[in-house]
Ligand binder design. Structure first.
Ligand code: HPA
Length: 275
């Protein structure tokens, strides 16, 4: 079925269950799960009930679309995201972003866990994403373009909204939270990087590496949404010196950083201006 028709059917199914227009879309990655507790919940819809939604397979990512309010603003929240390494194609990975936009979301907030490669970084630190590098070897916009969804060749020069970044830095400063700013690079995974790969990623100008976010951000920009992204630094590879790390350690580091991340996103939603 045509992408637009699928989006339409998904959005209609969700829209019938709510009586408000969610203006902010949020993707809760590793390390931001606790934000759910800050939502004044109106509806929780498991992904498997939503027409055309893929179903999540990773244990740490629960698969629900949560609709409600954060700091008084109507939100649509993905509790759990879809990863390329799970076997989904990038159209599936990004489909929920299309639906969020169709429901009325003007802004997309994304979080993730990432490996830190900048020598100033420590485990558990947060990084505001200023730019990204797509090394997935694939693109969610590949194939025929529907001009009603966005332009064939979307501009990516202003991908991460400056106003939202500045607001986040201000919030962090007021709350004595240290925020890095840097470039996120996405690789397909699921393995972590070799020392040679880390050295390569540092050389090309990346500060943090992960396996998500870039596809969703590309689609959000294609759809004309404003984007804010934040990474939790869960492990380090500085100067290409890699400490062995387990998935549990990554999840634990993300959990420790969760309160900081939650505060920033919650305040960001409260203070952001919507049109
Ligand atoms: N590399 C890739 N993805 C990750 C990492 C990493 O070091 N840490 C958390 N997600």
């Amino acid at each position: 079925m045509e992408l637009k028709k699928q989006i339409e059917e998904s959005a209609q199914f969700i829209g019938e269950k709510i009586r408000f227009v969610p203006s902010v879309g949020i993707i809760l990655g590793t390390g931001l799960g606790a934000l759910v507790d800050e939502i004044e919940i109106d509806r929780v819809i498991p992904y498997e009930e939503i027409p055309h939604f893929p179903v999540s397979t990773v244990e740490t990512h629960r698969g629900n679309l949560v609709l409600g309010y954060i700091s008084g603003k109507p939100v649509v929240v993905m509790q759990g995201r879809f990863h390329y390494y799970e076997g989904y194609d990038l159209k599936q990975v990004t489909f929920p972003v299309r639906v969020m936009k169709r429901l009325g979301a003007q802004v997309l907030l994304v979080s993730n866990a990432a490996g830190g490669m900048n020598r100033n970084m420590k485990r558990g630190d947060l990084m505001v994403i200023t730019d990204h590098i797509n090394l997935l070897g694939d693109n969610p916009l590949r194939g025929p373009n529907d001009p009603e969804l966005g332009p064939r060749f979307p501009d990516m020069s202003l991908t991460y909204d400056r106003e939202l970044r500045e607001l986040a830095l201000q919030i962090a400063l007021e709350n004595k939270i240290y925020l890095h700013q840097g470039v996120y690079v996405a690789l397909p995974g699921p393995n972590l990087e070799t020392p040679a790969e880390y050295r390569f990623l540092i050389t090309i100008g990346a500060d943090a590496v992960g396996m998500s976010t870039v596809p969703e951000v590309i689609v959000a920009r294609h759809a004309g949404m404003r984007v804010f992204g934040i990474s939790c630094i869960t492990d380090l590879a500085i100067d290409g010196v890699v400490e062995p790390v387990s998935f549990e350690e990554i999840v634990n580091a993300a959990k420790e950083a969760e309160p900081k991340m939650t505060l920033i996103i919650k305040e960001l939603v409260r203070r952001m201006t919507l049109t």
